[in-house]
Design a protein around this ligand. Structure first.
Ligand SMILES: Nc1ncnc2c1ncn2[C@@H]1O[C@H](COP(=O)(O)OP(=O)(O)O)[C@@H](O)[C@H]1O
Ligand SMILES: [Mg+2]
Length: 358
């Protein structure tokens, strides 16, 4: 039996629903578009709204948001307006309105549609606000991390200085005085006792000196980056049993002052990571300069980790985070290449402009 054609008003009803669906689909797409500012979202939304109403030729749309107004050319403030407030976190922040230029009825479905649009907009506004807040927090965190690293370095130098000047010098004086006592009282028994005490003082002097160096190696400031790396390699061997090979092309010594301390402490942190996490007892530090950048990489052939930010990536601790933030805030970059069981290479890359000697 041939199908009967749908009655005319039923077809029209379906056509209206189709327009609404179309509108909802566009609204959803616009609200999920990445990288679009709130203004752009609203401007695009008001363009698709009138088409979903029953008489698009005389329909206009308007969004009012915290004193700002966005409207289509055909928006007609007058008696034939349908509107819905935009609510964000329980408070009204504006409204969506659809107008006709002449008297026309609004449908029940159009009421539901405008409500959904207003709700959608409310959600977008809330999301954009929290994105903005997040970006602000991140910015703040970034500058705090950079500041923290700088003040850490300042503190290290200050404590190193105090250790050397105050404690180190007092100990040196004690050492001399004990020597004088031994000469003034050549009693063998007392002499043995004094010699033992003097030996302890010598040990303390050595400890103080090595502590001073660990805190802030003067070699870094006196002889430069590559010399300090050699010293660091030796320390890593003594302290952690990790054999560090330094492979520098000699150009790393030509390093801008601003990078000297940050790169040095980053390398130290990375070598400590090798010692603590990689399970490897050898590490290599490579320093290369080309194309206006200095690249310093620290490699090991240990257990490796999942690089990147994927679900299996190693949780980034404060060490890697602060290296990234500190170098990043100054225009540098950190790249991690690693695979489970295949070792890790962390490469620090920083821009160098002038060939200032460090
Ligand atoms: N050389 C490495 N080999 C294997 N895993 C590493 C290495 N370096 C870092 N990791 C992993 O990355 C994590 C984060 O390191 P880091 O940010 O320095 O924090 P922390 O050393 O305090 O744990 C480590 O806990 C470890 O799981
Ligand atoms: Mg670490």
């Amino acid at each position: 039996m041939p199908k009967r054609a749908a009655p005319k008003d039923q077809r029209r009803f379906l056509a209206e629903r189709l327009k609404e669906l179309d509108c909802l689909y566009s609204i959803a797409k616009i609200s999920n578009r990445k990288g679009l500012e709130l203004d752009g979202v609203i401007r695009r939304m008001i363009r698709v709204i009138p088409g979903a109403w029953q008489y698009p030729a005389i329909a206009g749309a308007r969004v009012e948001l915290e004193g700002a107004e966005f409207r289509t050319r055909r928006y007609h403030p007058g008696p034939w307006v349908q509107q819905c407030p935009i609510i964000v976190q329980g408070a009204p922040v504006g409204a969506v309105a659809v107008s006709y230029a002449e008297e026309r009825p609004f449908l029940r479905e159009e009421r539901s549609l405008i409500n959904v649009i207003a709700q959608r907009l409310g959600e977008v506004i809330e999301r954009k606000r929290s994105e903005r807040r997040l970006a602000e927090y991140q910015e703040k965190l970034r500058s705090l991390a950079a500041e923290l690293a700088l003040s850490e370095e300042r503190e290290r130098r200050r404590i190193a200085q105090a250790l050397h000047d105050r404690i180190g010098q007092v100990l040196a004086l004690v050492h001399i005085r004990i020597g004088a006592l031994m000469e003034a009282f050549p009693d063998p028994k007392l002499g043995r006792e004094l010699a033992a005490v003097r030996e302890l003082v010598s040990e303390s002097i050595a400890e103080t000196r090595s502590l001073t160096y660990d805190l802030s190696p003067p070699i870094l400031y006196e002889l430069g980056f590559e010399a300090a790396l050699d010293w660091l390699a030796e320390r890593m061997g003594q302290q952690y049993g990790v054999a560090v090979e330094i492979d520098a092309d000699g150009k790393g010594a030509v390093l801008e002052q601003q990078w000297r301390a940050p790169l040095f402490s980053a390398v130290r942190e990375l070598l400590v990571n090798v010692a603590r996490h990689s399970g490897s007892t050898v590490a290599r530090v490579r320093v290369r300069r080309n194309g206006g950048r200095i690249r310093v990489s620290v490699s090991d052939d240990g257990v490796g980790m999942e690089a990147g930010t994927g679900p299996k990536a190693a949780p980034e601790g404060f060490g890697l985070f602060s290296i990234r933030e500190r170098l990043g805030s100054m225009g540098g970059e950190v790249a991690i290449a690693s695979r489970r069981g295949k070792g890790t290479t962390v490469t620090l890359s920083v821009p160098v402009v002038r060939g200032e000697r460090a």
